[in-house]
Design a protein around this ligand. Sequence first.
Ligand SMILES: [Zn+2]
Ligand SMILES: [Zn+2]
Ligand SMILES: [Zn+2]
Length: 143
Amino acid sequence: MATAQGNPLTDIFLSRLDEGGYRVTESRQEVALAVFRQQDHFSVEDICRLLPTVGRATVFRNIKLMLEMNLVCRVVLEDGGVQYQVAERRHHHHLVCTRCGRTTDLLGCDFEDELRAKAKAQGMLLESHRLEVYGRCTECQAA
Ligand SMILES: [Zn+2]
Ligand SMILES: [Zn+2]
Ligand SMILES: [Zn+2]
């Protein structure tokens, strides 16, 4: 089975799996190839449609691993739907346009310390946080 096809993220994913003691099966490779080819955000269902022979649980499990490795990020849409984006990046947030659905990364997070303090005031030890910003993108404001 061919690997990378020019996408370094596929290689990174597969080699980290290998290092982590996961078996690099053919279906894992297929999921990796399909995911890292995505230019836009995608859902688990989108990947399932591309790979009719791979089970949904396998697709989901692999995307979850990619998420843990920070190779993809998760976007929660205004209606609660979940989508993913290929992004080899550390922690960041998203600006989601409620009209056209476009998602952009909101880089730079200044909230962690403040949230840590607020959580601590209520006896909670902060582990992580997530924030999506919903609004209208520049083009949709003009429309
Ligand atoms: Zn992102
Ligand atoms: Zn828009
Ligand atoms: Zn943050």
